[in-house]
Design a protein around this ligand. Sequence first.
Ligand SMILES: Nc1ncnc2c1ncn2[C@@H]1O[C@H](COP(=O)(O)OP(=O)(O)O)[C@@H](O)[C@H]1O
Ligand SMILES: [Mg+2]
Length: 278
Amino acid sequence: MLHIHALEKRYATGDRALKGISLDLAPGEIVGLIGPSGAGKSSLIRCINRLVTPSAGQVAFLGRDMNPLSGRQLRAARREIGMIFQEYALVERLTVMENLLSGRLGYTAFWASWFRRFDAADISRAYELLARVGLAGMENKRADALSGGQRQRVGIARALMQQPRLLLIDEPTASLDPKTSRQIMRLLLELCREHQLAAIINIHDVVLATEFLPRIIGLRSGQIVYDGPAAGVDESALTRIYGDEDWSALTQRMEPAAASPHRAEALAPTAALAVASS
Ligand SMILES: Nc1ncnc2c1ncn2[C@@H]1O[C@H](COP(=O)(O)OP(=O)(O)O)[C@@H](O)[C@H]1O
Ligand SMILES: [Mg+2]
């Protein structure tokens, strides 16, 4: 469903953030994108929905080349690509419900979406999603009154409002404590499963990534240096991705493939409703 070929990004500053990235994503496939800070993780996912314009190479989404799209066509393609950010990108002074209905920041000018007429179907979908992410009854709370975990749940529900086929998720747990991070990862995997969504999740926590995500892509200096199963992320792969270090303590904390209940869960039938409210 997503085909990336020889993708390059050179910023105006001269930084070469991406140097020939090629990868394919199947429908419903979930991949963790890991790598050191500055490796190009954010640039890569932003090139996919054209928040950043690639310098060269191809991005094809659902069989359609994204590069020549503009205006109405680009907006239509982006509707099928949900985006979730580390810092949630909520409008602080608006309520949870208003944040859900106001669309996805970074895509539409805020006021343009605000003046859109919200129809009954949108509102009932918003209530359903809020319940699903564990925020039932919170619709009138202001965004700035929520905890980090709750804010990320709003960000997730908002991304699902437009019924995307692909989720691009940039460091969803970077601002969260370890327990909340795990709850958020679990929720994301369940939702991808329920909605048959493909996802690319940028995540700098290797242990969390390999525990929850079946396929890992390792990025270093704008190039893919690992693409394979989470179980294959061993000391040599970590050295390729992050450089020389004694990785034994870290790999000991990573569960072997068959032992991770969460990765298995991602392949199992739909899991139960999340009710956590952290
Ligand atoms: N808007 C930008 N303008 C100039 N350089 C940028 C911009 N965004 C990222 N970069 C550079 O591109 C490289 C990759 O950054 P980024 O994609 O943010 O990596 P990551 O998300 O893995 O930390 C870095 O060298 C960074 O400084
Ligand atoms: Mg980043």
